[in-house]
Every structure is written in C-alpha cells, then in structure tokens.
Design a protein around this ligand. Structure first.
Ligand code: IPM
Ligand code: MG
Length: 387
C-alpha cells in the first residue's frame, strides 16, 4: 500500500470519527399533556439551528409517561430507556394526566421520569428562577420583591424519600393500614450535591444556602454536618448559610433576593422550586437541568432537561401553553451538555426580547400586552434568536 492511500484511509477514519463525535445526539421525550406542544417549538428551533447555523443536532424520539403506558404498558420501555442512556442529552416534556389516574402505581406516568432520573444517575437538578424584567408585574408578589430576581435551586434528585426503602403500604390486620416512605441520605450523596452547589455559586454570587430540617430529622442533621464539612474542606471561599427548610420557604416569598444558590434534598427541593417558580411570574417560565457525574473517561455528564411545569391537562391541546420553560430548558442543554455558551446566552436573550416586545401566553398575560399562542411564541423566539 502506498503512503498516500494510508493517508487517505486515515483521513476517512478521522472524518468518520469527527463526524461521530461532532454530531450531538438528542433524545426527545415529549410525554403527555402540553409536553408535545412545548416540545414542537424546540423541534422547530433545532431544525432551524441545523439549517441556518450549521449545527449538527441529530434527534430521535421516544415515549414516556401515560403515552408510553398506552403503547407498552410501562411508563417508559426498556428500548427507550436504552436510547436515553446512549444519548448526549435527553429533552423531556411532561408526564401524567387524569386519563392515567387509575393505572397501577408501578406504571403510573411519573414512574417513567423517576426511572430516567435513577437509571441515568441524574443526582443534580438545577432549577434557576429568573424574573425577566418584563414579567415582574405578573408575579403574585410585589414587583420590588421579584424584580431582578436570579436564584438557583440545586435539588438532590436521586435519593431521599423519593427512592428510600422501605416504601410500602402495610396491612396491619386490625382494619388499619400503614403507609411508609423512607427518607435516607448517605454522606457521599450530600457531599456530591453540595459540591455542585458550591461550584455553581463560584460562577455566580458565591453564596450557598443549605436547607434541611435538622430540628426534626436525622437525615437533616447529617445533611447539615456534611455540607458544613464539605464547605470547610473545599469551598471555604464561598459564603455558606444554613436555614431550616420551612423557614426557607417563608423567606423565599418574603425576600427571595437574599438567596443566590439554594441546595436542598429531593422532597424539599420539589416544593421549594415550585414556590420559586411562582416568583418568576408563572410556572410556565421555569426550566431545569438534571445532571449526572462526569464520566471518568469522556468527562461527559449524562443529562436530562425538562420544564418544571407539569403536563397541565386542563390546557393541553388548546395551543395556549407557554413554551418558554421548554425552550429555556433547551438553552440549559446548549450550555451544560454542549458548551454552546454563546448560543445559550443568545437564546435566553431572545426570550427576554420577545417578552420586552409585549408578547404573552395566557399564563403571563397582563394589561396592554399581546396574547399569543404556543406556536406564535415559539416562532417569535426563534426569529429573535436567528435575527
Ligand atoms: C418535578 C415533578 C416530579 C417530582 C413529579 C412529576 C414526579 O413534580 O419534577 O418537580 O416530584 O419530582
Ligand atoms: Mg415538582
């Protein structure tokens, strides 16, 4: 074989390897309710990025939640689970609805999301609550309380009472039953989630508030200890406060701007992030990223991005759902999974600009603004982003 042939063989191999590495594989799991409507706007955005910006996203789709139950009798099939494990990132819409209220607990729609979180080991859930200037008036709180708000809730996502065993209903045989859930945390789980919070705080205002209930829960006592030790050992430059989770909920609505990064467990994080969502004007605004640990070899993290809002069956199919949380979740995907920071910034700026222009979906509508549907909102954001 002559040298040039070897060279060109290597060239082809290099090409294939770069092509494989370069393409960004996304699995889209739109789910139920308004999930598919919101996801449709992100699909348009991805197509536009491939088409106009030369991006190299490759998408595949799967079923999760009630629609997966209807198709396979499971909240997510093993085949779709395997796709999720192999993807560079998963974009998730929403799951659930009254149609599946009576299905067995093990295969209820939410089980699909919980399996994704657990099997992909997505222990760190980032929920930023940003109050866009144009929306300060539509929060249920006074404008001065929420204007300029920018906080980040870091919720532990694979432990605690969501997954602790035993988890069961026991028949006590005397006409009584006992419902049991187990709140359990090991040192490493608290260490790694607080590490994520401290690292992120360093890129922001360098302030972490840890929330637990150490006054009544042993897991809270350990949480407090481990966060304090982690801080002392590795992150002493970051300001750390501790707050009881109930007081934290109260402070979130009293004066949320006192917070920068909040780190908390799975259940408190679920509740506190819904509270934080309302500070921003509507739960239709809040994106989230769920990240795993970086792979030892590739350094890549498994990741799933989802809006915090649920499937909103009451408004699904009407074309009025707010796609912003879904689009902003994709912005987080660009930022955290693909290092496309400039594009993420631009997409977030496009959302702010469209709001500045006065476009509003029903959930964030206020006087003098222009009401638009899901598709128009998506189109307007995409146009700003590309423009
Ligand atoms: C969330 C949701 C989920 C949770 C449900 C759908 C299982 O409320 O992501 O906040 O409780 O974690
Ligand atoms: Mg929730």
């Amino acid at each position: 074989m002559i040298l040039s042939e070897i060279d060109s063989d290597f060239g082809v191999m290099r090409y294939i390897r770069t092509a494989l590495m370069a393409s960004k594989n996304l699995l889209l799991l739109a789910g139920d309710g308004i999930g598919p409507e919101a996801m449709a706007e992100v699909k348009k955005l991805i197509a536009a990025m491939n088409d106009k910006l030369g991006s190299d996203f490759v998408t595949d789709e799967g079923l999760v939640g009630g629609c997966a139950y209807d198709a396979h009798g499971a909240a997510i099939s093993d085949a779709d689970m395997a796709k999720a494990m192999a993807a560079d990132a998963v974009l998730f819409g929403a799951v659930g609805g009254p149609k599946w209220d009576a299905v067995p607990y093990e295969v209820r729609p939410e089980a699909g999301l919980l399996r994704l979180r657990k099997d992909m080991e997505l222990f760190a859930n980032l929920r930023p609550a940003i109050c866009y200037p144009a929306l300060a008036a539509s929060s249920s709180l006074k404008q001065e309380v929420v204007e300029g708000l920018d906080i980040l809730i870091v919720r532990e996502l694979t432990g605690g009472v969501y997954f602790g065993e035993p988890k069961q209903i026991v028949d006590l045989g005397n006409g009584q039953k006992r419902g049991i859930d187990t709140q359990v945390y090991d040192t490493f789980e608290i260490e790694r989630i607080s590490g994520v919070a401290f690292e992120l705080a360093r890129t922001r205002k360098n302030h972490v508030t840890s929330m637990e209930k150490r006054n009544v829960m042993k897991s809270g006592v350990l949480w407090n200890e481990v966060v304090t030790q982690t801080h002392k050992a590795r992150y002493a430059d970051v300001k750390l406060d501790h707050m009881l989770a109930d007081a934290g909920g109260m402070q979130l609505v009293r004066w949320p701007k006192q917070f920068d990064v909040i780190v908390t467990d799975n259940l408190f994080g679920d509740m506190l992030s819904d509270i934080a969502a309302m500070l921003t004007g509507s739960i239709g605004m809040l994106p989230s990223a769920s990240l795993g640990a970086p792979d030892a070899k590739t350094k890549k993290r498994k990741a799933l991005y989802e809006p915090v809002h649920g499937s909103a069956p009451d408004i699904s199919g009407k074309g009025i759902a707010n796609p912003i949380a879904m689009i902003a979740s994709f912005a987080m995907c660009l930022r955290y999974s693909f290092g496309m920071v400039a594009e993420a910034d631009k997409l977030e700026a496009a959302i702010a600009a469209v709001l500045d222009d006065g476009l509003r979906t029903k959930d964030i509508l206020s006087e003098g603004m222009t009401e638009v549907g899901t598709v128009q909102m998506g189109d307007a954001i995409i146009a700003k982003f590309l423009g």
